[in-house]
Design a protein around this ligand. Sequence first.
Ligand code: GLN
Length: 534
Amino acid sequence: MSKYIFVTGGVVSSLGKGIAAASIGKLLEARGLKTAIIKCDPYLNVDPGTMNPYQHGEVYVTDDGAETDLDLGHYERFTHAQLTKDSSITAGKVYYSVITKERHGDYLGKTVQIIPHITDEIKERILKVSKSNDVDVTIVEIGGTVGDIESLPFLEAIRQLRWELGEHYALNIHVTLLPYIKSAGEQKTKPTQHSVGRLREIGIIPQILMCRTERPISQEQREKIALFCNVDVEDVIEAADVKHIYEVPLFLKKEGLDELILKKLNIKLADRGIKSWEDGVVKRLRFPAKEVKIAVVGKYISLQDAYKSIYEALVHGGIANNAKVSIFKVDSEEVETHGFKKYIKDAHGILIPGGFGSRGIEGKIAAVKYVRENNIPFFGICLGMQIATIEFARNVAGLKAANSTEFDPQTPDPVISLIEEQKKIENLGASMRLGAYTCVLEKGTKSFEAYKNEKISERHRHRYEFNNAYRGQLTQKGMVIAGLNPERDLVEIVEIKDHPWFVGCQFHPEFKSKPDVAHPLFKGFIEAALNCGK
Ligand code: GLN
Protein backbone atom coordinates (compact mmCIF):
# COMPACT_ATOMS: atom_id res chain seq x y z
CA MET A 1 0.00 0.00 0.00
CA SER A 2 1.33 3.42 -0.97
CA LYS A 3 2.20 6.01 1.63
CA TYR A 4 1.36 9.65 0.96
CA ILE A 5 3.07 13.00 1.25
CA PHE A 6 0.85 16.05 0.89
CA VAL A 7 2.65 19.25 0.03
CA THR A 8 0.88 22.55 0.66
CA GLY A 9 2.14 26.11 0.31
CA GLY A 10 1.64 29.19 2.41
CA VAL A 11 2.18 32.96 2.60
CA VAL A 12 2.78 33.66 -1.11
CA SER A 13 2.68 31.86 -4.45
CA SER A 14 5.82 31.12 -6.50
CA LEU A 15 7.61 29.60 -3.52
CA GLY A 16 8.90 26.73 -5.62
CA LYS A 17 6.52 24.15 -4.23
CA GLY A 18 6.79 22.19 -7.47
CA ILE A 19 10.57 22.02 -7.20
CA ALA A 20 10.20 21.07 -3.51
CA ALA A 21 7.81 18.22 -4.40
CA ALA A 22 10.06 17.08 -7.27
CA SER A 23 13.12 17.19 -4.99
CA ILE A 24 11.34 15.08 -2.38
CA GLY A 25 10.63 12.58 -5.16
CA LYS A 26 14.28 12.63 -6.19
CA LEU A 27 15.48 12.03 -2.62
CA LEU A 28 13.04 9.18 -2.03
CA GLU A 29 13.95 7.52 -5.35
CA ALA A 30 17.60 7.73 -4.37
CA ARG A 31 16.64 5.72 -1.29
CA GLY A 32 15.18 3.05 -3.56
CA LEU A 33 11.47 3.93 -3.34
CA LYS A 34 9.13 3.97 -6.29
CA THR A 35 7.21 7.24 -6.35
CA ALA A 36 4.22 8.78 -8.08
CA ILE A 37 3.57 12.51 -8.15
CA ILE A 38 0.26 14.32 -8.51
CA LYS A 39 -0.46 18.01 -8.96
CA CYS A 40 -3.84 19.32 -7.79
CA ASP A 41 -4.82 22.66 -9.31
CA PRO A 42 -7.77 24.47 -7.77
CA TYR A 43 -8.76 26.44 -10.90
CA LEU A 44 -11.98 25.67 -12.77
CA ASN A 45 -10.41 25.16 -16.17
CA VAL A 46 -10.50 21.46 -17.03
CA ASP A 47 -6.87 21.76 -18.08
CA PRO A 48 -4.53 24.68 -18.82
CA GLY A 49 -4.65 23.96 -22.59
CA THR A 50 -6.91 26.90 -23.34
CA MET A 51 -5.21 29.36 -20.97
CA ASN A 52 -3.07 32.25 -22.13
CA PRO A 53 0.65 31.78 -21.33
CA TYR A 54 0.51 35.03 -19.33
CA GLN A 55 -2.01 33.34 -17.06
CA HIS A 56 -0.34 30.03 -16.76
CA GLY A 57 3.13 29.79 -18.27
CA GLU A 58 4.03 26.72 -20.26
CA VAL A 59 1.52 23.95 -20.91
CA TYR A 60 3.33 20.69 -20.24
CA VAL A 61 2.25 17.64 -22.27
CA THR A 62 2.44 14.02 -21.10
CA ASP A 63 2.91 10.93 -23.28
CA ASP A 64 -0.80 10.16 -23.14
CA GLY A 65 -1.61 13.65 -24.42
CA ALA A 66 -2.71 15.47 -21.27
CA GLU A 67 -2.15 19.24 -21.22
CA THR A 68 -0.94 19.97 -17.71
CA ASP A 69 0.70 22.35 -15.31
CA LEU A 70 4.40 23.03 -15.78
CA ASP A 71 5.17 21.53 -12.36
CA LEU A 72 4.69 18.12 -13.98
CA GLY A 73 7.71 19.04 -16.08
CA HIS A 74 9.76 19.47 -12.90
CA TYR A 75 8.54 16.08 -11.70
CA GLU A 76 9.64 14.38 -14.91
CA ARG A 77 13.00 16.12 -14.93
CA PHE A 78 13.79 15.22 -11.32
CA THR A 79 12.28 11.73 -11.05
CA HIS A 80 11.33 8.62 -12.99
CA ALA A 81 7.69 8.81 -11.91
CA GLN A 82 5.33 7.80 -14.73
CA LEU A 83 3.14 10.80 -15.45
CA THR A 84 -0.20 10.51 -17.20
CA LYS A 85 -3.43 12.45 -17.48
CA ASP A 86 -4.30 11.19 -14.00
CA SER A 87 -1.25 12.95 -12.53
CA SER A 88 -3.02 16.28 -12.95
CA ILE A 89 -6.21 16.84 -10.94
CA THR A 90 -7.88 20.19 -11.58
CA ALA A 91 -11.02 21.49 -9.91
CA GLY A 92 -12.41 21.74 -13.46
CA LYS A 93 -11.96 17.99 -14.03
CA VAL A 94 -13.38 17.15 -10.62
CA TYR A 95 -16.50 19.31 -10.95
CA TYR A 96 -17.03 18.22 -14.57
CA SER A 97 -17.08 14.60 -13.56
CA VAL A 98 -19.29 15.12 -10.49
CA ILE A 99 -21.81 17.13 -12.53
CA THR A 100 -21.74 14.51 -15.32
CA LYS A 101 -22.47 11.79 -12.74
CA GLU A 102 -25.28 13.89 -11.27
CA ARG A 103 -26.89 14.30 -14.71
CA HIS A 104 -26.58 10.58 -15.19
CA GLY A 105 -28.45 9.95 -11.97
CA ASP A 106 -25.51 8.24 -10.27
CA TYR A 107 -26.11 9.92 -6.91
CA LEU A 108 -29.51 8.25 -6.54
CA GLY A 109 -31.51 11.31 -5.66
CA LYS A 110 -29.08 12.73 -3.08
CA THR A 111 -28.24 16.43 -2.80
CA VAL A 112 -24.84 16.75 -4.48
CA GLN A 113 -22.45 18.78 -2.33
CA ILE A 114 -18.84 19.89 -2.11
CA ILE A 115 -18.50 17.67 0.94
CA PRO A 116 -18.72 14.70 0.42
CA HIS A 117 -19.10 14.50 -3.37
CA ILE A 118 -16.37 16.82 -4.58
CA THR A 119 -13.96 15.76 -1.82
CA ASP A 120 -14.68 12.05 -2.49
CA GLU A 121 -13.99 12.56 -6.18
CA ILE A 122 -10.63 14.19 -5.31
CA LYS A 123 -9.73 11.37 -2.91
CA GLU A 124 -10.66 8.68 -5.44
CA ARG A 125 -8.51 10.31 -8.08
CA ILE A 126 -5.53 10.56 -5.73
CA LEU A 127 -5.82 6.94 -4.61
CA LYS A 128 -6.26 5.69 -8.19
CA VAL A 129 -2.84 7.00 -9.23
CA SER A 130 -0.95 5.13 -6.51
CA LYS A 131 -2.93 1.93 -7.07
CA SER A 132 -2.51 1.87 -10.82
CA ASN A 133 1.22 2.54 -10.60
CA ASP A 134 1.90 0.26 -7.65
CA VAL A 135 4.14 2.78 -5.91
CA ASP A 136 5.69 3.04 -2.47
CA VAL A 137 5.13 6.76 -1.95
CA THR A 138 2.73 9.16 -3.68
CA ILE A 139 3.57 12.85 -3.46
CA VAL A 140 0.57 15.15 -3.84
CA GLU A 141 1.18 18.84 -4.39
CA ILE A 142 -1.76 21.13 -3.73
CA GLY A 143 -1.54 24.19 -5.98
CA GLY A 144 -2.36 27.67 -4.73
CA THR A 145 -1.79 29.14 -1.30
CA VAL A 146 -3.41 28.14 1.97
CA GLY A 147 -6.24 30.57 2.62
CA ASP A 148 -7.48 30.65 -0.99
CA ILE A 149 -11.19 29.90 -1.16
CA GLU A 150 -10.84 27.54 -4.12
CA SER A 151 -8.21 25.31 -2.48
CA LEU A 152 -10.55 24.40 0.37
CA PRO A 153 -12.09 21.21 -1.13
CA PHE A 154 -8.57 19.91 -1.90
CA LEU A 155 -7.34 20.68 1.60
CA GLU A 156 -10.40 19.03 3.12
CA ALA A 157 -9.79 15.96 0.92
CA ILE A 158 -6.18 15.60 2.12
CA ARG A 159 -7.25 16.22 5.71
CA GLN A 160 -9.67 13.31 5.44
CA LEU A 161 -7.11 11.13 3.68
CA ARG A 162 -4.52 11.57 6.41
CA TRP A 163 -7.13 10.81 9.04
CA GLU A 164 -8.22 7.69 7.15
CA LEU A 165 -4.74 6.47 6.30
CA GLY A 166 -3.20 7.06 9.71
CA GLU A 167 -0.01 8.46 11.10
CA HIS A 168 2.70 6.42 9.41
CA TYR A 169 0.91 6.36 6.07
CA ALA A 170 0.47 10.04 5.36
CA LEU A 171 2.49 13.13 6.02
CA ASN A 172 1.77 16.83 5.60
CA ILE A 173 4.61 19.06 4.52
CA HIS A 174 4.02 22.80 4.41
CA VAL A 175 6.25 24.99 2.26
CA THR A 176 6.33 28.47 3.68
CA LEU A 177 8.26 31.74 3.55
CA LEU A 178 10.53 33.45 6.05
CA PRO A 179 10.83 36.94 4.59
CA TYR A 180 13.88 39.01 5.45
CA ILE A 181 13.00 42.60 6.28
CA LYS A 182 16.02 44.67 5.31
CA SER A 183 15.16 47.81 7.26
CA ALA A 184 14.79 45.78 10.45
CA GLY A 185 17.69 43.47 9.58
CA GLU A 186 15.52 40.53 10.60
CA GLN A 187 14.07 37.33 9.29
CA LYS A 188 10.39 37.17 10.17
CA THR A 189 8.54 34.06 11.31
CA LYS A 190 5.08 35.59 11.74
CA PRO A 191 3.78 34.89 8.20
CA THR A 192 4.72 31.22 8.72
CA GLN A 193 2.96 31.14 12.07
CA HIS A 194 -0.18 32.61 10.47
CA SER A 195 -0.06 30.22 7.56
CA VAL A 196 0.27 27.17 9.80
CA GLY A 197 -2.52 28.66 11.91
CA ARG A 198 -4.79 28.77 8.83
CA LEU A 199 -4.02 25.11 8.17
CA ARG A 200 -4.77 24.16 11.75
CA GLU A 201 -8.13 25.95 11.59
CA ILE A 202 -9.20 23.49 8.92
CA GLY A 203 -7.80 20.52 10.76
CA ILE A 204 -4.45 20.04 9.02
CA ILE A 205 -1.37 19.90 11.21
CA PRO A 206 1.82 19.96 9.15
CA GLN A 207 4.51 17.59 10.41
CA ILE A 208 7.36 19.19 8.45
CA LEU A 209 7.89 22.84 7.56
CA MET A 210 10.05 23.67 4.58
CA CYS A 211 11.05 27.29 5.07
CA ARG A 212 11.97 29.20 1.95
CA THR A 213 14.50 31.83 2.87
CA GLU A 214 17.23 34.03 1.42
CA ARG A 215 19.40 33.60 4.52
CA PRO A 216 20.29 30.74 6.85
CA ILE A 217 17.87 30.17 9.72
CA SER A 218 19.45 30.53 13.16
CA GLN A 219 18.91 27.91 15.87
CA GLU A 220 16.92 30.48 17.80
CA GLN A 221 14.55 31.08 14.87
CA ARG A 222 14.15 27.34 14.36
CA GLU A 223 13.14 26.95 17.98
CA LYS A 224 10.69 29.82 17.73
CA ILE A 225 9.05 28.37 14.60
CA ALA A 226 8.88 24.93 16.22
CA LEU A 227 7.23 26.25 19.37
CA PHE A 228 4.61 28.35 17.59
CA CYS A 229 3.88 25.90 14.81
CA ASN A 230 3.60 22.76 16.88
CA VAL A 231 6.53 20.82 15.37
CA ASP A 232 9.88 19.60 16.67
CA VAL A 233 12.95 21.71 15.97
CA GLU A 234 14.29 19.02 13.62
CA ASP A 235 11.07 19.31 11.57
CA VAL A 236 11.96 22.85 10.55
CA ILE A 237 13.83 22.44 7.29
CA GLU A 238 15.74 25.31 5.76
CA ALA A 239 15.05 25.63 2.04
CA ALA A 240 17.36 28.49 1.14
CA ASP A 241 17.72 29.98 -2.34
CA VAL A 242 20.29 28.13 -4.44
CA LYS A 243 21.91 29.07 -7.73
CA HIS A 244 20.57 26.18 -9.82
CA ILE A 245 17.29 24.41 -9.20
CA TYR A 246 19.08 21.06 -9.55
CA GLU A 247 20.99 21.83 -6.35
CA VAL A 248 17.78 21.79 -4.32
CA PRO A 249 17.75 18.00 -3.65
CA LEU A 250 21.35 18.19 -2.39
CA PHE A 251 20.55 21.10 -0.13
CA LEU A 252 17.49 19.39 1.32
CA LYS A 253 19.44 16.20 1.84
CA LYS A 254 22.02 18.15 3.81
CA GLU A 255 19.14 19.40 5.96
CA GLY A 256 18.21 15.76 6.60
CA LEU A 257 14.84 15.93 4.85
CA ASP A 258 14.88 12.39 3.39
CA GLU A 259 15.82 10.82 6.71
CA LEU A 260 13.10 12.81 8.45
CA ILE A 261 10.44 11.75 5.94
CA LEU A 262 11.41 8.08 6.22
CA LYS A 263 11.29 8.29 9.99
CA LYS A 264 7.84 9.84 9.97
CA LEU A 265 6.54 7.33 7.45
CA ASN A 266 8.16 4.50 9.35
CA ILE A 267 10.24 3.29 6.39
CA LYS A 268 13.69 1.83 7.01
CA LEU A 269 16.11 2.05 4.11
CA ALA A 270 19.84 2.58 3.90
CA ASP A 271 21.21 5.89 2.64
CA ARG A 272 22.88 5.30 -0.73
CA GLY A 273 23.56 8.97 -1.36
CA ILE A 274 22.83 10.83 -4.61
CA LYS A 275 26.36 10.88 -5.97
CA SER A 276 25.44 10.48 -9.64
CA TRP A 277 23.20 13.59 -9.46
CA GLU A 278 25.89 15.46 -7.58
CA ASP A 279 28.66 14.58 -10.02
CA GLY A 280 26.71 14.24 -13.25
CA VAL A 281 24.49 17.30 -12.86
CA VAL A 282 25.39 19.74 -10.08
CA LYS A 283 29.19 19.71 -10.39
CA ARG A 284 28.96 20.12 -14.14
CA LEU A 285 26.59 23.05 -13.68
CA ARG A 286 28.88 24.68 -11.17
CA PHE A 287 32.14 24.18 -13.06
CA PRO A 288 31.50 24.21 -16.81
CA ALA A 289 34.53 24.05 -19.09
CA LYS A 290 33.07 26.18 -21.88
CA GLU A 291 30.32 28.67 -22.59
CA VAL A 292 27.84 28.93 -25.43
CA LYS A 293 25.35 31.68 -26.24
CA ILE A 294 21.92 30.67 -27.47
CA ALA A 295 19.23 33.11 -28.62
CA VAL A 296 15.64 32.02 -28.06
CA VAL A 297 13.34 34.05 -30.31
CA GLY A 298 9.74 33.93 -29.09
CA LYS A 299 6.56 35.84 -28.45
CA TYR A 300 6.29 35.34 -24.68
CA ILE A 301 9.90 36.08 -23.85
CA SER A 302 9.09 38.52 -21.04
CA LEU A 303 7.40 35.75 -19.13
CA GLN A 304 9.86 33.59 -17.23
CA ASP A 305 7.69 30.46 -17.29
CA ALA A 306 6.37 30.47 -20.86
CA TYR A 307 9.21 28.36 -22.29
CA LYS A 308 10.23 26.62 -19.05
CA SER A 309 11.01 23.18 -20.51
CA ILE A 310 12.91 24.72 -23.44
CA TYR A 311 15.20 26.68 -21.14
CA GLU A 312 15.76 23.62 -18.96
CA ALA A 313 16.47 21.37 -21.94
CA LEU A 314 19.06 23.88 -23.19
CA VAL A 315 20.74 23.71 -19.79
CA HIS A 316 20.70 19.90 -20.04
CA GLY A 317 22.30 20.10 -23.48
CA GLY A 318 24.97 22.25 -21.84
CA ILE A 319 25.52 19.77 -19.01
CA ALA A 320 26.01 16.97 -21.57
CA ASN A 321 28.63 19.08 -23.36
CA ASN A 322 30.26 20.42 -20.20
CA ALA A 323 29.25 23.92 -21.17
CA LYS A 324 27.41 26.80 -19.58
CA VAL A 325 24.49 27.86 -21.76
CA SER A 326 23.84 31.60 -21.68
CA ILE A 327 20.35 32.16 -22.97
CA PHE A 328 19.43 35.41 -24.74
CA LYS A 329 15.71 35.91 -24.74
CA VAL A 330 14.73 37.77 -27.88
CA ASP A 331 11.23 39.16 -28.38
CA SER A 332 10.13 38.26 -31.92
CA GLU A 333 8.10 41.47 -32.21
CA GLU A 334 11.15 43.60 -31.43
CA VAL A 335 13.02 41.70 -34.11
CA GLU A 336 10.21 42.69 -36.45
CA THR A 337 10.51 46.40 -35.67
CA HIS A 338 14.23 46.79 -35.03
CA GLY A 339 15.76 44.08 -37.23
CA PHE A 340 17.23 40.84 -35.90
CA LYS A 341 21.00 41.34 -36.22
CA LYS A 342 21.31 43.53 -33.16
CA TYR A 343 19.73 40.78 -31.08
CA ILE A 344 21.15 37.59 -32.46
CA LYS A 345 24.47 38.47 -34.06
CA ASP A 346 26.50 37.21 -31.09
CA ALA A 347 24.56 33.98 -30.70
CA HIS A 348 26.24 30.65 -31.40
CA GLY A 349 22.87 29.14 -32.15
CA ILE A 350 19.24 30.19 -32.30
CA LEU A 351 16.15 28.38 -31.20
CA ILE A 352 12.58 29.21 -32.15
CA PRO A 353 10.10 27.60 -29.75
CA GLY A 354 6.43 26.69 -30.17
CA GLY A 355 3.67 29.25 -30.31
CA PHE A 356 0.29 30.26 -31.67
CA GLY A 357 -1.08 33.20 -33.65
CA SER A 358 0.47 35.57 -36.14
CA ARG A 359 2.15 38.11 -33.86
CA GLY A 360 5.93 38.23 -34.35
CA ILE A 361 5.94 35.69 -37.18
CA GLU A 362 7.72 37.85 -39.77
CA GLY A 363 10.48 38.61 -37.22
CA LYS A 364 11.06 34.91 -36.73
CA ILE A 365 11.14 34.29 -40.48
CA ALA A 366 13.81 36.99 -40.85
CA ALA A 367 15.85 35.40 -38.05
CA VAL A 368 15.71 31.98 -39.74
CA LYS A 369 16.84 33.49 -43.05
CA TYR A 370 19.84 34.98 -41.28
CA VAL A 371 20.95 31.76 -39.59
CA ARG A 372 20.34 29.66 -42.68
CA GLU A 373 22.44 31.95 -44.84
CA ASN A 374 25.15 32.40 -42.22
CA ASN A 375 25.57 28.76 -41.22
CA ILE A 376 24.56 29.37 -37.61
CA PRO A 377 23.05 26.32 -35.88
CA PHE A 378 19.26 26.47 -35.82
CA PHE A 379 16.73 24.52 -33.82
CA GLY A 380 13.04 25.04 -34.59
CA ILE A 381 10.45 23.47 -32.36
CA CYS A 382 6.83 23.02 -33.46
CA LEU A 383 5.98 26.56 -34.61
CA GLY A 384 9.76 26.99 -35.09
CA MET A 385 9.76 24.09 -37.57
CA GLN A 386 6.78 25.58 -39.41
CA ILE A 387 8.56 28.96 -39.61
CA ALA A 388 11.67 27.26 -41.02
CA THR A 389 9.51 25.60 -43.70
CA ILE A 390 7.85 28.90 -44.64
CA GLU A 391 11.21 30.68 -44.83
CA PHE A 392 12.68 27.96 -47.03
CA ALA A 393 9.64 27.95 -49.31
CA ARG A 394 9.77 31.72 -49.71
CA ASN A 395 13.47 32.36 -50.01
CA VAL A 396 14.89 29.17 -51.50
CA ALA A 397 12.01 27.57 -53.41
CA GLY A 398 10.78 30.96 -54.70
CA LEU A 399 7.22 30.67 -53.37
CA LYS A 400 7.19 34.32 -52.33
CA ALA A 401 3.84 34.34 -50.54
CA ALA A 402 4.17 30.93 -48.91
CA ASN A 403 2.67 30.81 -45.43
CA SER A 404 0.79 28.76 -42.89
CA THR A 405 -2.97 28.98 -43.15
CA GLU A 406 -2.89 29.82 -39.43
CA PHE A 407 -1.39 33.22 -40.29
CA ASP A 408 -2.77 33.77 -43.79
CA PRO A 409 -5.80 31.65 -44.67
CA GLN A 410 -5.71 33.00 -48.26
CA THR A 411 -2.06 32.22 -49.01
CA PRO A 412 -1.51 30.84 -52.54
CA ASP A 413 1.11 28.44 -51.14
CA PRO A 414 -0.06 26.91 -47.85
CA VAL A 415 3.13 25.00 -47.05
CA ILE A 416 1.76 24.54 -43.51
CA SER A 417 -1.95 23.79 -43.26
CA LEU A 418 -4.66 21.96 -41.40
CA ILE A 419 -5.14 18.27 -41.99
CA GLU A 420 -8.69 17.10 -42.69
CA GLU A 421 -9.55 15.87 -39.19
CA GLN A 422 -8.51 19.21 -37.62
CA LYS A 423 -10.83 21.12 -39.97
CA LYS A 424 -13.87 19.41 -38.44
CA ILE A 425 -13.05 20.39 -34.85
CA GLU A 426 -15.15 23.03 -33.14
CA ASN A 427 -14.15 22.83 -29.46
CA LEU A 428 -10.84 24.41 -28.47
CA GLY A 429 -10.06 22.23 -25.42
CA ALA A 430 -7.89 19.11 -25.87
CA SER A 431 -8.54 19.06 -29.61
CA MET A 432 -5.00 19.40 -30.98
CA ARG A 433 -2.71 16.59 -32.07
CA LEU A 434 -1.58 15.77 -28.55
CA GLY A 435 0.78 13.34 -26.89
CA ALA A 436 3.32 10.80 -28.08
CA TYR A 437 3.55 9.65 -31.69
CA THR A 438 6.12 7.48 -33.42
CA CYS A 439 8.58 8.99 -35.85
CA VAL A 440 10.94 7.10 -38.14
CA LEU A 441 14.24 8.80 -38.88
CA GLU A 442 16.10 8.94 -42.16
CA LYS A 443 19.65 7.63 -41.91
CA GLY A 444 22.42 10.11 -42.64
CA THR A 445 20.53 13.09 -41.18
CA LYS A 446 21.55 15.25 -38.22
CA SER A 447 18.55 13.87 -36.34
CA PHE A 448 19.60 10.27 -36.88
CA GLU A 449 23.13 11.17 -35.84
CA ALA A 450 21.73 12.65 -32.60
CA TYR A 451 19.28 9.88 -31.67
CA LYS A 452 21.39 7.00 -33.03
CA ASN A 453 18.11 5.21 -33.44
CA GLU A 454 15.68 4.74 -36.30
CA LYS A 455 12.42 4.74 -34.39
CA ILE A 456 11.65 7.42 -31.83
CA SER A 457 8.59 8.61 -29.93
CA GLU A 458 7.98 12.28 -29.16
CA ARG A 459 5.19 14.43 -27.77
CA HIS A 460 3.06 16.78 -29.84
CA ARG A 461 0.81 19.78 -29.30
CA HIS A 462 -0.29 21.45 -32.51
CA ARG A 463 -3.05 21.69 -35.11
CA TYR A 464 -1.19 22.57 -38.28
CA GLU A 465 1.08 20.26 -40.28
CA PHE A 466 3.66 20.33 -43.04
CA ASN A 467 1.61 20.20 -46.27
CA ASN A 468 2.66 17.06 -48.15
CA ALA A 469 1.66 18.66 -51.48
CA TYR A 470 4.88 20.72 -51.21
CA ARG A 471 7.21 17.92 -50.21
CA GLY A 472 8.63 17.35 -53.72
CA GLN A 473 9.14 21.02 -54.47
CA LEU A 474 10.94 21.74 -51.21
CA THR A 475 13.13 18.62 -51.13
CA GLN A 476 14.24 19.32 -54.70
CA LYS A 477 15.66 22.60 -53.44
CA GLY A 478 17.60 21.02 -50.60
CA MET A 479 15.16 20.52 -47.78
CA VAL A 480 15.56 17.13 -46.14
CA ILE A 481 12.66 15.24 -44.61
CA ALA A 482 14.51 13.67 -41.70
CA GLY A 483 11.59 12.15 -39.81
CA LEU A 484 8.14 10.86 -40.75
CA ASN A 485 5.19 9.55 -38.80
CA PRO A 486 4.76 6.12 -40.42
CA GLU A 487 1.03 5.69 -39.72
CA ARG A 488 -0.10 8.88 -41.41
CA ASP A 489 2.90 9.91 -43.48
CA LEU A 490 3.20 13.23 -41.64
CA VAL A 491 6.45 15.19 -41.81
CA GLU A 492 7.86 15.39 -38.28
CA ILE A 493 11.39 16.71 -38.87
CA VAL A 494 12.87 18.94 -41.55
CA GLU A 495 16.53 19.71 -42.06
CA ILE A 496 18.45 21.45 -44.82
CA LYS A 497 21.41 20.15 -46.74
CA ASP A 498 24.81 21.79 -46.51
CA HIS A 499 24.25 23.50 -43.21
CA PRO A 500 26.22 22.73 -40.02
CA TRP A 501 23.05 22.05 -37.98
CA PHE A 502 19.57 23.05 -39.07
CA VAL A 503 16.79 20.98 -37.53
CA GLY A 504 13.10 21.75 -37.22
CA CYS A 505 10.80 19.29 -35.49
CA GLN A 506 7.02 19.31 -35.32
CA PHE A 507 7.07 17.73 -31.86
CA HIS A 508 8.28 19.05 -28.49
CA PRO A 509 11.55 17.30 -27.56
CA GLU A 510 12.00 19.62 -24.56
CA PHE A 511 9.37 17.70 -22.59
CA LYS A 512 11.52 14.57 -22.47
CA SER A 513 14.88 16.06 -21.55
CA LYS A 514 16.39 15.45 -18.12
CA PRO A 515 19.40 17.07 -16.47
CA ASP A 516 21.23 13.74 -16.27
CA VAL A 517 20.02 12.50 -19.66
CA ALA A 518 19.91 15.45 -22.05
CA HIS A 519 17.58 15.07 -25.00
CA PRO A 520 19.64 13.99 -28.04
CA LEU A 521 18.52 16.94 -30.18
CA PHE A 522 19.36 19.46 -27.45
CA LYS A 523 22.70 17.77 -26.89
CA GLY A 524 23.39 17.84 -30.64
CA PHE A 525 22.27 21.46 -30.99
CA ILE A 526 24.54 22.67 -28.17
CA GLU A 527 27.44 20.67 -29.55
CA ALA A 528 26.93 22.26 -32.97
CA ALA A 529 26.69 25.71 -31.40
CA LEU A 530 29.96 25.11 -29.55
CA ASN A 531 31.57 24.20 -32.87
CA CYS A 532 30.07 27.05 -34.83
CA GLY A 533 33.39 28.85 -35.04
CA LYS A 534 32.29 32.17 -33.58
N1 GLN B 1 0.47 27.13 -33.93
C1 GLN B 1 1.06 25.96 -34.49
C2 GLN B 1 0.05 24.84 -34.64
O1 GLN B 1 -0.99 24.86 -34.05
C3 GLN B 1 2.25 25.50 -33.67
C4 GLN B 1 1.89 24.99 -32.30
C5 GLN B 1 3.06 24.90 -31.37
O2 GLN B 1 4.12 25.45 -31.63
N2 GLN B 1 2.89 24.24 -30.25
O3 GLN B 1 0.29 23.91 -35.36
